[in-house]
Design a binder for this molecule. Structure first.
Ligand SMILES: [Zn+2]
Length: 128
């Protein structure tokens, strides 16, 4: 019994699609994740995101912001998967990361940023 194309990843068309592949091991997701990490000045040094996140000394604000970016990235990867399936169109990873950063920045800065610590304000300005 072979694998039918109905179950193949709609983005890379190379591997069976499941959530593990789509969000964590598809080359597309990995490319998006690398770009997001670079934009957020994250240096994973070979460790996975969960380990990095549990050990980072980033402020509570930055951890919340980075977490929101990853939630946004998962959402956009899901959208790209659906667009690939329905419209046969795949956005460039850089465009997806730009959309995530714009959306998260907009949501976070709608609140009053005047209470942010200098360190967090500088970081926020450095990523946009
Ligand atoms: Zn894939």
């Amino acid at each position: 019994m072979g694998v039918t194309t109905d179950y193949m990843c709609d983005i890379c068309m190379l591997h069976p699609e499941d959530h593990q592949h789509l969000f964590y091991s598809c080359d597309y997701a990995l490319a998006c994740s690398r770009l997001l990490q670079k934009a957020l000045r994250m240096n994973l040094s070979g460790s996975g995101f969960v380990l990095w996140f549990s050990r980072t000394r980033r402020s509570k604000f930055q951890r919340r912001y980075i977490g929101a970016c990853y939630v946004g990235l998962f959402y956009y990867i899901w959208r790209v998967r659906n667009e690939a399936q329905i419209d046969h169109y795949i956005r460039a990873p850089a465009k997806v990361v730009q959309l995530v950063l714009t959306e998260v920045h907009s949501r976070f800065t709608r609140r009053n940023c005047s209470k942010l610590k200098q360190r967090d304000m500088e970081w926020l300005n450095s990523i946009h």
